[in-house]
Design a protein. Sequence first.
Length: 276
Amino acid sequence: MSHEQISLLDENYRYEVAEQQFRDNREPRCPVIMIYDCSRSMQGGLMDEVKRGHELLQQELLEDSIASLRADMSYILYGSEVDPPSLFATALESAGMPEETRPSNLNFRDMLGTSTNTAILAAIDVVEERLKHYGNKVPHYAPMIFLITDGESLDDNLPHESGKTMRQAAIEALDKRVAVVPGSRRDSLRDGSSKPGKWIFMPLYISTGNADDDKKMRESLQDYPSAPSPVPVPLDPGNMIQFFKWVSESMQKRSESRPDEAVSFPDAPSWVMPGV
């Protein structure tokens, strides 16, 4: 692990970086974290498309005069292990960071296994830490978490420190935070809008085009509270770049709004696998 990666584990270091960021840029922030499955089945073409899409997302945000200052991005890479999250940074801040810690650069490595629950809990922890960094100094939008995976989680039944299983712990942690319609935990925002103060969590699985495989993936993710879609979303591997364009458009649209304002997401995403 490099010196820069070790620094990412140091809460004091992350706090110092945040304080400098907030001194230099007093704009409101929208925290966004991307969780990428890097297990062996993702290596090759799928990972190349994720990397290309992630770089495009950062470039499009950088070119937007408002989103480049407000979209506060981080990412987590995981397989059987979960790498330290990248530092949160706007696209403008990221462009000035060392390459090893730059959120616009994905440093993939081949990993075995798929510890999805561990990755979700790590993402929640780092977002909560970022919200503490904001404190009363920085107005902020509701956090957004996007998960991209192509396999069933292998840590569902492992023990969590709470005494629950890892899967139970991840579901409960999301349930406390994710936007849902009162009266039904599984009915999230069907109008496709964000709800002020509530988090967005979108689990996406890369579709194989095989009905049985897609059913297994959908069932493995369907218990996680999610919004704006009430169900896991099948991602078309041949159209993945359009997903990242959709995230970019969503971030630009949110950045133009007030932090306490409900904002609709872009319509009819072309990246959803048809017929699933």
